[in-house]
Design a protein around this ligand. Structure first.
Ligand code: NAI
Ligand code: MG
Length: 372
């Protein structure tokens, strides 16, 4: 059966980078015997312009049914004054919420040709390929009670207010994201490091126990270690290659994945995925998207780097379609094009040079696929 793919280009540079992904999809169909059932639809500002809402119900329904959703980016200054509920971001949030995408995957992969873009020394990041799995739908960003309260007339509290958030995790929430991490590790280096602060947080103790439970009962063959998240931050910068898959909560994952992003350099290179529960066909609900936004400052100029979006499709090949070899082939094509010196403007160092356009970068990647 063909793989069903819903393409949501979105706003700003979204449609520009997505056009290059479509070239790649076409190449795999023509040359690797894969068959994709691709449908295109609107999200964000472009959906608001057409439907008056940032995500139409029909689009939401389609997203629930396909094997994978591929999203460009949403937002732009044109929509800044819209009501909160109509803002482009709400379209993306609705997708994540209704698909219940609880596992956010942020790889940090260092392409040798770009090693000098890393915030770290080349020796530390050469060959780096790690994956951070962040719990996305619970934890301190959602826990109750929350709010800002008056602190009565407490004379010891200057200003008289209290701000409250609650870190709350259920065992079920921890187990399901742990399962995602172990499943992913099986397709990679077979190693999971779980990060929390079990030394100072009750939710951290539960996190550690439940991850260990899933390991012992369901994935005893995957290597599991535990680390306090603050030490994890240090280790990520000291020796990131010691890790394969890192699994952590929403808050720590937010920080650790942004820090890990800088191990590899440009925002234009960073893919991501968000996974939910397995569907009837055994594949997880899945949304793939570049980490970057709609980049209004360069939209419409052919300057956007399409690699983040193309690598997001490589993740779809690996994690939704079980085409790990094809994913690796696509990643090698990206590596080759970079090694040959092709650079979009965001990848130009201080030494300068002539950047290639968005579509030329896409064409070169397709050409590299064909010449191996
Ligand atoms: P941004 O990621 O769009 O841009 C930040 C900077 O990085 C800009 O200078 C931009 O030109 C550059 N950049 C981003 N992607 C690039 C690429 N592929 N190639 C080359 N350069 C690239 O973040 P910003 O400027 O904070 O937000 C712009 C709009 O995007 C806002 O409306 C924001 O709400 C939205 N946004 C949407 C996201 C999404 O759809 N997931 C995520 C982040 C922001
Ligand atoms: Mg963040």
């Amino acid at each position: 059966a063909p793989y069903s793919l819903l393409v949501l280009p979105g706003d700003g540079i979204g449609p520009e980078v997505m056009a290059e992904v479509v070239k790649v999809v076409d190449w795999f169909q023509a040359n690797r015997g894969m068959s994709f059932d691709v449908s295109h639809d609107l999200v964000g500002g472009s959906a608001y312009d057409t439907h008056g809402v940032p995500l139409a119900d029909e689009t939401m329904a389609k997203a629930q049914q396909v094997d994978a959703v591929l999203l460009g980016a949403v937002g732009g200054p044109k929509y800044d004054d819209l009501d909160f509920s109509l803002k482009p971001e709400r379209g993306l949030l609705r997708l994540r919420k209704e698909m219940d995408l609880f596992a956010n995957l942020r790889p940090a992969q260092c392409f040798d040709a770009l090693a000098d873009f890393s915030s770290l020394k080349r020796e530390v990041v050469t060959g780096l390929d790690i994956l951070i799995v962040r719990e996305l739908t619970s934890g301190v960003y959602f826990g109750e009670p929350r709010g800002i309260h008056d602190d009565g007339n407490n004379p010891e509290n200057e200003g008289g207010r209290v701000g409250i958030n609650t870190q709350r995790y259920t065992s079920g929430e921890i187990r399901r994201v742990a399962r995602s991490a172990f499943e992913l590790a099986k397709r990679r280096g077979n190693k999971v490091c779980s990060m929390e602060k079990a030394n100072v947080m009750e939710s951290g103790i539960l996190w550690r126990e439940e991850v260990q439970w899933v390991h012992d009962n369901e994935y005893p063959d995957v290597e599991l270690s535990h680390m306090y998240a603050d030490n994890g931050a240090m280790q990520l910068v000291r020796n990131p290659r010691q890790f394969d898959v890192i699994v952590t909560d929403n808050l720590f994952g937010d920080l650790l994945s942004d820090a890990a992003a800088m191990l590899t350099g440009s925002l234009g290179m960073l893919p991501s995925a968000s996974l939910g529960a397995p569907m009837e066909n055994g594949r997880p609900k899945a949304l793939y998207e570049p980490v970057h936004g709609s980049a209004p400052d360069i939209a419409g100029q052919g300057k956007a780097n399409p690699i983040a979006c193309i690598l997001s499709f490589a993740m779809a090949l690996r994690y939704s379609f079980d085409q790990g070899d094809a994913a690796a082939e696509l990643e090698r094509a990206v590596e080759k094009v970079l090694a040959d010196g092709a650079r979009t403007a965001d990848l130009m160092g201080p030494e300068g040079g002539t950047p290639v356009s968005t579509s030329e970068m896409g064409d070169r990647i397709v050409a590299a696929l064909s010449t191996r």
